[in-house]
Design a protein around this ligand. Structure first.
Ligand SMILES: N=c1c2ncn([C@@H]3O[C@H](COP(=O)(O)OP(=O)(O)OP(=O)(O)O)[C@@H](O)[C@H]3O)c2ncn1[C@@H]1O[C@H](COP(=O)(O)O)[C@@H](O)[C@H]1O
Length: 87
């Protein structure tokens, strides 16, 4: 289990170390357009899970949305502090 910043650090280290077989590396290599599509897809899955499925299913989809948002943050060079200042 990871919190927001732990997951961010894992994604950032994947970007730097580029281990073989990493889904994160593949997604980062797809670029902003590809990552953006994953965000939109996961956002829709969050909506559907919250409207029609269990709380657990909603939590799974929300965690996946956060992952893809963080992949975008790393791709853009944005750090958690850059986001926090707007919260
Ligand atoms: N938290 C996540 C995470 N959340 C979601 N995803 C990926 O995001 C996609 C969402 O799942 P879905 O079932 O909605 O996807 P799908 O549409 O069936 O999948 P695709 O066909 O699009 O791949 C899957 O491809 C998941 O692998 C994640 N992939 C990785 N992580 C964490 O990121 C870290 C690094 O992962 P790797 O880079 O793969 O080592 C690890 O600690 C993982 O726990």
């Amino acid at each position: 289990m990871n919190d927001f910043e732990q997951l961010y650090n894992i994604i950032q280290s994947r970007a730097q170390e580029r281990p073989e077989g990493s889904g994160t590396v593949k997604e980062l290599d797809g670029g902003v357009h590809t990552i953006g599509k994953k965000i939109v897809e996961e956002a829709a899955e969050v909506w559907m899970a919250c409207e029609f499925e269990s709380d657990e299913a909603a939590c799974i989809e929300i965690s996946q949305l956060i992952y893809h948002l963080q992949v975008m943050m790393v791709k853009k060079g944005l750090k958690p502090e850059d986001i926090y200042q707007h919260m």
